[in-house]
Design a protein around this ligand. Structure first.
Ligand code: ASC
Length: 128
């Protein structure tokens, strides 16, 4: 049986939570100089973000716009293809993070590029 809408919402929120810990909490902090650069730690966080980026967007199906509390804008379900195009941009940039994480300068540049795709989607599709 298909998961219940509230379970889909909980799943995508859980994945975004782990992405946020690893992207902002680890890679973003390193990029801002708030956390020391450790190559193994950075590569691990980058791989998690890249792998997890492939998961949440399948959980915005029909009916998952209502029910449990969430910050997803109704605009997502008005034009799913447009939402998916921003998800694709995020996944494309996130996939470059593991290789970029091998070096601090390339990591900083790729964190900036990936962060733009996070923000682009949040500005349009995440309610305040
Ligand atoms: C983060 C985080 C986001 C993005 C965004 C980038 O670390 O939690 O939502 O980066 O702020 O602009």
């Amino acid at each position: 049986a298909a998961p219940k809408p509230e379970d889909e919402i909980r799943y995508r929120q859980s994945v975004f939570n782990v992405i946020g810990r690893n992207f902002g909490g680890v890679l973003g902090a390193i990029a801002k100089g708030e956390r020391p650069y450790d190559q193994a730690e950075a590569v691990k966080a980058a791989k998690l973000v890249a792998d997890l980026s492939t998961l949440p967007f399948a959980s915005f199906g029909p009916g998952t716009d209502a029910g449990a509390s969430h910050k997803s804008s109704p605009k997502i379900w008005e034009d799913p293809a447009k939402f998916q195009s921003l998800a694709d941009k995020f996944q494309l940039e996130a996939a470059k993070l593991p290789a970029a994480a091998a070096d601090l300068a390339t990591l900083k540049a790729q964190v900036a590029e990936t962060g733009k795709t996070c923000k682009g989607c949040h500005d349009e599709y995440r309610l305040k």
